[in-house]
Write a protein of this length. Sequence first.
Lengths: 260, 265
Amino acid sequence: MKERKLFQYFILTHWLFFAGTTLLDKLIPDVYPLWVGADFYTLFVKLFASLGMTNPILATAALSAVSIVEAASFVCFLLSLTLLIKSKKKSAEQWFSRGILLSLVLFSFFSIGDQVFGDRFTLLEHGIFWCILLVSWLVFLYFGNTDNHKIGLAPPRVLRTTIIAGIVLTVITSISLFQFSSNTWHTKNTSVAGVKISDSMYKFDFPFLGDKYTLENTLKNFKEDHPELRVNYIYTGPSELNTKKKTHMLLYIFTEKVKQ
Amino acid sequence: MTETTHKREKDLIRYFIIIYWSLFWLLNVVDKIIGGAHLFFVGRDRFAQVERFFDSIGLENPIYANIALVITASLEIFALVFFLGALYHLITKNDGANRSWFLVGICFTLATFTFFSIGDQVFGDHFELLEHGLFWFIALLSWVVYTSIDRIPFPSQVSITTKQRNVFLAVTILLATVTSASIFYHNHTSFIQRTQAVAVEQVTEDTYKIEFPFLAGSKAFENSLEKFLGENPTLQIDNIYTAPKPLRLGKSDGLIIYIQVTAKK
């Protein structure tokens, strides 16, 4: 296979999945088993409400318009991939260009919205995707037009060594991943041991796997271990107090002695 | 400048690109092998991150996270070994082969980031989607630069005069000395803030404020509260309120907390 065609497949597959999953996110508007996604409906309702347009019909109509364009671009990418597989190069390029054009329109529309709603971070996000789309289109259509370089991974000895090295490394990494998982899995539900800071203050350093159940178990165990104390107040240590990425979450419990 | 020099410069850019991606994947693989935070390596607890993602879609069993991590690791490892192969062929001046090996490395890289992007959409993490989209783009662009560099005309170099060289060295040394002295002085005077208790300011009868310096860690927080409680034995903490970012002055305010107290019964 030629390099150019290989890259066309990679670019097309990426945007096909991107458009497909984005569309799926609109079809599945809430959290379900096997799908979380982003809640675009709530986001749109809040954004329109910030403009004083509290009627949900406006947010619903806008979201619907967005999903129409997303559906159209998904179909363009799908057609393009089908035609590329069938070696209908020119038609595949045309449908890809249409898909990209629709996506560019969509991201331009999003960027206007971001400015109107004052969301600068999302503006950056949409601007970056807009730029990636444009460059993807240029690479898909024009890059490697004059190249006839064929992929050759000779000599076979080096290729064999590389594949063996890859397999060995994968096995080592997999063993390490499974070991780490079995060594840390228990921290998901095990209660965290508190460190006494002062007479009425305890600190809990939560593991990365810790969640709401870990907190509940921790509180239950703390009450059992300290029947003489009453929890007055729980304070979540803000991220500024963390040692960068090493700390997951710090929790402080303030107590007072129970009167006998 | 001769063509040979330009060839050397262009190869240098190829070396930078291959070494960048080799190190990128090497460190990602090391991060997976090490697992957890250790001395000299913190990395990212990928198991916890991926397990939480799967848990959020109702797949709590750790086997799903493990399988996803193994698939990810294998993609990353094969990207790494093919980049290392490309590096080997670049060193041995085998131009056709290094291009093909680099291509396979880039293909594994693109596949990895597409795989991650699908996951980001399923798990609803749009920040990670942006991050992985950007890396996908960087990989694509790396390939474009790597293969097109021969067609890019490099400007002819003009030799540096002795005067220019001396000015460059004098100004650089002066600026580096002043900056380093300032950094060491700041370290000498401020490192203590990392753990030192911070002064408490009374705002109302039962509200106190603590403004932490940027260096303050959890020890400074604990020491400050301990000191406050020690100095006010008749009071007990009823509530702590962390001033949210909109109430802080741009980037000049660090962590600010308000302590609400009541008299001990």
